[in-house]
Design a protein around this ligand. Structure first.
Ligand SMILES: [Zn+2]
Length: 179
């Protein structure tokens, strides 16, 4: 297998596995990761059943060290995750935004939150496509090789070998006999 295809298959397998684990975990337990950068942007990754959501809020007024909260889905909502409040129970691939004014030590600012929701099933199917294509192409090549062996043709190039010796006289490959 060419190295690029092999890397694609490894990457797709890993992503597909991680998403599957996330999907299954999300059914039973919610996760909420949040932190604020030094430049005042608050980030939040939250899982809800069948979905994970990434939010970024500019001008977040309060400090937020990195934290990971996990718990049952409705209770996690009460933790104040902005990604929960924005989109309710919408389940598809979607984005939403909202903004509100804040008074930060006398300075009035505007918090702007963007949330993007990613459904696990769609991403799992997308990451599985390269694996499926790789499997199909391997099956096609195997079937072609088997047919060539049965018909007495060179497995490598399809040249008729019935009059040849140990190597294909067309491409030089060693002859693999049927059976
Ligand atoms: Zn050949």
């Amino acid at each position: 297998m060419p190295i690029a295809r092999r890397l694609t298959v490894i990457f797709s397998s890993m992503m597909c596995g991680v998403l599957l684990v996330g999907f299954l975990r999300g059914i039973f337990i919610g996760d909420l990761l949040r932190w604020r950068t030094a430049r005042g942007t608050y980030f939040e990754i939250v899982t809800v059943p069948t979905q994970f959501r990434i939010s970024a809020a500019k001008n977040w007024p309060i400090a937020q060290p990195f934290s990971w909260i996990h718990g049952a889905y409705p209770e996690l909502s009460a933790a104040g995750a902005v990604g929960h409040h924005l989109m309710g129970i919408r389940t598809g691939l979607s984005s939403d935004s909202q903004s509100w004014r804040v008074n930060n030590n006398g300075t009035v600012g505007q918090v702007i939150v963007m949330t993007h929701a990613f459904p696990y099933p769609i991403l799992i199917v997308l990451t599985a496509i390269p694996l499926l294509l790789s499997w199909i192409s391997r099956r096609v090549l195997e079937r072609r090789a088997a047919q060539r062996r049965e018909r007495g043709l060179c497995v490598a190039c399809g040249y008729d070998l019935r009059a040849a010796g140990e190597r294909c006289s067309e491409c030089g490959s060693a002859i693999q006999n049927a059976g």
